[in-house]
Design a protein around this ligand. Sequence first.
Ligand code: AP5
Length: 299
Amino acid sequence: VFPDHLFVLEFRDQSEYDKRLKAVEYDGNIRHAYAHYEKNRDSLLSAFDNNITTLIGAELSQQEMVRIIRDRLIGKPREDTKFVMPLKIIIMGPPAGGKGTASEVIKEKYGVVHLSTGDILRAEIRNKTELGLTAQSYMDKGDLVPDDLIINMISRRLKEQDCVQQGWLLDGFPRTASQAQYMQKAGIYADAVVLLECPNETVIERISGRRSDPVTGTVYHIKYNPPPTDEIANRLVQRSDDTEEKLMIRLNNYYAQVNSMLQYFPDIVHRVDAAVPMSQVASSVLTALDLVRNPLKII
Ligand code: AP5
């Protein structure tokens, strides 16, 4: 009898295993059973073709394990490190922490659909829709738009074909514990949360120099990422909520919510130092996501 797949769950680090044993009230028999497993492991594995064997880190989250196993079961060749299941990512961070900037890099590498709630709302405002008119009264003050409006907007968008097929990158959602709770209740699971960490003095400097191009939508910074031509420089505009006064309201909103939001995503949060040059932020973010995308590498 030959199996098609052999999945082996092992701890990379013995101390992780010891912790797990303590948590289940370790008894001597388990240790004995483990010694037996260790002794026989190599000869046991050698009885099976390497091509059917997948080693999985036993300390990975349940979600990550399920994803690896599902990927193998649907026949993705082992040597191909791309997952069939598209990536689903959330990016969080303080206002002007660099979410939009890092999102461009993530989108380019993984082909996910970038959903920036701020950009979607600004487009609604430009198009003078009912949602836009309501949202504007909150955004102009630096306040959060009511949860129900945002949740409706995002839940509809996530069901669209491009998000289902390519995966998604949520930038600006969830932004409150209620929005995170909604995701959990609705069964909308992310593979990773990238949390950009950036001190207030840095975001103040970034916000004061941020300018966007109304023609292409590209975001620049007058010092750190200046526009390439005078023609573009002359048409750049500043966002109406990019004043120091409104930034303080936005920062307070962010820090009032972030910890309670993170509780909804145990095990999948990747903290990234975002107070460094853009290229370094990009490389830390991609390194973190590569591990998510190919968990086999970390075994
Ligand atoms: P939103 O547009 O999402 O604003 P935000 O969260 O405040 O974030 P920003 O867009 O200001 O900044 P960012 O982190 O993307 O930084 P960026 O990459 O541009 O939301 C706006 C409003 O919409 C909210 O206030 C709220 O009213 C409403 N809203 C949205 N979502 C909502 C929700 N879910 N619920 C309720 N209300 C919601 O970078 C900033 C600048 O710094 C740029 O100039 C950039 O070039 C530069 N920069 C970036 N990285 C670096 C770096 N590493 N070094 C130097 N410069 C850098």
